[in-house]
Design a protein around this ligand. Structure first.
Ligand code: ZN
Length: 272
C-alpha cells in the first residue's frame, strides 16, 4: 500500500500536499465532468479557506496528506470546487483517495469531538507522537473512536440469507450486520445478531475480511457461516423481511463500495 500512516509531518510544510478538508461532514473536492479530485496545495489559505484545525495523516507516495476542519459558519466555496458528502463520492473519486478521505474524516471528526475530556470536561491536549489525547486535569487518555461491527453471509443449501431493513433504500436486501457489544467476541456477536435479527442458529463461522466504514466510525468485520437450525422470523422493526436467495435469483443488493457486496459476490462465485 503506497500510503504510510504517521502522526508527525516529516516533510516541509511548504511542499504541495493532499488536503482533505471538511465543512461539517462534507469534503471539499475539485469537480471536473464526472470526476472528483482532492486539492493538492501547500496551505488551505491558498484557497482563501479558514481552517479551525488540521491533522497530519501520513504520506501517499511521498506526498504529505492532511485533514482539516473548516469553519462551518462560512459558506465560501473556491472556484471549480464543491463540498460533497463522502459516501456518494465512491463512484467519482479514485478509489485510494476515497478510502483516504474516509480515514481523514475519522481523524478530523475525532479531533473535533474530543476537545474536552469526557470525564471531567476540562481541555484535552494531543499526546506526543500518538494519535491520542490526554486530559490536562484528570489525565484520562482518549483514542479515535472505532466501532467494530460484524457482517455475516449465512449459507443454507446453495442459498444466502438476505434481509431488508427499514434503514435500507426501498427493496434493497443485504447480509446481516450489527455492532459488537462490550465483552463479546466477534463470534459471540455473529451468533447474537443472527439470532436477534432473523431467529436462526449458525455454525462454522469463518473470517472473511474487514473494511473501515467511516460513516462515521465503524470497522466492519466480515464472516461467512453455515445455517445450523431454526426458522426465519423477523421483528418488523430492525428487519422487515428476510429470506434465502439463490445466486441466480438475487434481489437488489448493495453497491460495490461495501464489504456486504463483497460477501454476496463471494457467495455468487462459490454457490452458483
Ligand atoms: Zn479529565
Amino acid at each position: 500500500m503506497p500510503f504510510t500512516s504517521s502522526i508527525i509531518p516529516s516533510l516541509s510544510q511548504h511542499e504541495p500536499a493532499w488536503w482533505f478538508m471538511f465543512r461539517e461532514n462534507e469534503l471539499l473536492v475539485h469537480l471536473t465532468d464526472e470526476h472528483a479530485h482532492i486539492p493538492k496545495i501547500s496551505q488551505p489559505e491558498e484557497l482563501s479557506l479558514h481552517v479551525l484545525r488540521t491533522q497530519y495523516l501520513g504520506q501517499l507516495d511521498g506526498i504529505a496528506c492532511f485533514s482539516a476542519e473548516l469553519d462551518a459558519a462560512e459558506n465560501f466555496v473556491p472556484a471549480d470546487m464543491a463540498f460533497r458528502a463522502l459516501r456518494p463520492l465512491y463512484n467519482v473519486l479514485p478509489e485510494e483517495f476515497f478510502w483516504l478521505a474516509g480515514r481523514a474524516f475519522q481523524v478530523m471528526n475525532w479531533d473535533r469531538n474530543s476537545q474536552y475530556c469526557g470525564r471531567c470536561g476540562r481541555q484535552t491536549v494531543l499526546l506526543d507522537g500518538q494519535r491520542a489525547k490526554i486530559c490536562t486535569h484528570c489525565q484520562l487518555t482518549t483514542y479515535p473512536r472505532i466501532s467494530p461491527a460484524i457482517i455475516v453471509a449465512v449459507i443454507k443449501d446453495q442459498q444466502i440469507l438476505l434481509a431488508n431493513a427499514p434503514r435500507f433504500p426501498h427493496g434493497l436486501y443485504s447480509v446481516i450486520a450489527g455492532f459488537v457489544e462490550p465483552g463479546e467476541t466477534f463470534e459471540d456477536c455473529v451468533h447474537r445478531e443472527v439470532q436477534e435479527e432473523v431467529g436462526i442458529e449458525v455454525r462454522d463461522i469463518r473470517y472473511f475480511g474487514s473494511q473501515p466504514w467511516p460513516f462515521p466510525d465503524s470497522l466492519m468485520v466480515g464472516f461467512t457461516a453455515q445455517y445450523a437450525g431454526g426458522e426465519i422470523r423477523v421483528d418488523q422493526e430492525e428487519i422487515l423481511e428476510a429470506g434465502w436467495f439463490r445466486a441466480d435469483k438475487l434481489p437488489d443488493i448493495p453497491g460495490k463500495v461495501s464489504i456486504a457486496r463483497r460477501l454476496i459476490d463471494w457467495f455468487v462465485e462459490n454457490y452458483s
